[in-house]
Design a protein around this ligand. Sequence first.
Ligand code: MSP
Length: 511
Amino acid sequence: MSFVITTPLYYVNDKPHLGSVYTTIICDSIARYKRLVGEEVIFITGVDEHGLKIQRTANEKGIEPKTHCDEISKIFNFNWKSWDISFDKFIRTSSKNHELVVNEFYERVKKSDDIYMGVQKGWYCVGCEEFKDNPENSSTYKCPIHQKSLEWKNEENLFFKLSKYQEQIEKIINEPNFIEPIERRNEIINFVSRGLKDFSISRTNVSWGIPVPDHDKHTFYVWFDALLGYVSAISSSEADCSLEKSINEGWPADIHLIGKDILRFHAVYWPAMLISAGMKIPKKVLGHGFLTREGQKMGKSLGNVLDPDLLLSKYGNDPVRWYLIKDISLGNDGDFQDKRFVDIINNDLANTIGNLLNRTSSMSRKWFDNKVPNIQKISSENKLENFAKCAVENYILKFDNYKLDLAANEVLSLAINTNLYLNDNQPWILIKDKNNLPIVEEIIYNVLESTRIIGLLLQPLLPELSSKINEQLGSIYKKEIPWEQQLRWGLLISNSSLPKPTPIINKLEYE
Ligand code: MSP
């Protein structure tokens, strides 16, 4: 059985922003972790290409929607590669295979007698691609997310009988593991308790969409189409892609990681659609918070949008990953602050982890002929070993519960404790007396061993830094040995050569 994890399928109205980078990095970390603990992972990302928003963006550029989508989709795909995102599937909702799956799904829902023709009247936000529930002063009201006015719609649409699933949905959302964190679950419980209304699943005024097979002027509503991207992605790269094949090869998803603004679609509409089609529902919907910059909402009109490409080229992948993973508790809103970013990277990565590696491998090379010391005896009471064992246990517990910030903190505290152990034991004083050699060997061995474990624990969080630490210790990470086994204390080989130390992370300057 595969472990299926998804990012949202991003709208191609613009290139990736910090919010999409955030979600994708978190998914990447979880996917890497799951692979390390032996799961077969299908990590899905992709783009949501249809709908009014994209149609208008292309019109404004004076090009065909398809040409526009080809261009931006390529940017997304390339972008995730430059962030070293380990995705397995990249789905484009404009692909033929995806269309096939949507049509098959529609037939199943129709068979359940869950589709009917009706009239949809209401205020619509094109940015959200969503009808808003009775906003006050609708003609002057602006969508708080997109800061745009709503548009009045009154048209014939096909509807999905969501109201029929009220009880089933109530049961699902009350399961403690389905929606996390709890604040998000409560929002949804609240929403559902007000009574579910049927929602429209087709449009007559949007040509850039998948045509509804049995209704000439209708295309599918972008959300009805996009959610199915998670399913079609599984078999999309195969010539015989089909709904059945995707079901057999991995569905349901284990986790949908999404922002809080699109929780309703994933935790309410989507499970109901799936039940109607006789399919399994996702196991978990993890809703993360929103990122602001220096305490302010990011927006083009405010001129404070932080370009993730610039961050990547200026600081590299690991610092951005560390900040987003460690400084933001998954589920809460987070703030990107330039000064805080520089301070965190310098304190945690450069001064604590980088410095630990550098000074111990230098000492070891200097005193032990460029090698890991050859330990004679291991004292019964090894404080550092105990710290490391505890850190590994806690880290796994935290990661298993998707508390990535806390897992990152476990690694950091192991590094802090290792530095303290070194300072307390002062091997640079002990070495002056030759009789102390066995003790110094043991201290240095312990510190190097703890650093090796730190490097391994960083693997899903900061893959680049992790392999640099690994190389600097001369310890080749062996893929054939399960990662969790490699976390056992005492595996660093005595007398093995240590390469010349090079800085693994540069200190940042605050401008
Ligand atoms: N296309 C839909 C998703 C369809 S999934 C089948 C969509 N796309 S989006 O590009 O607008 O948004 C993608 C994700 O970015 C959402 O999860 C949204 O919550 C997230 N974010 C948008 N702005 C954000 C921040 N400022 N901070 C964090 N995440 C944010 O919605």
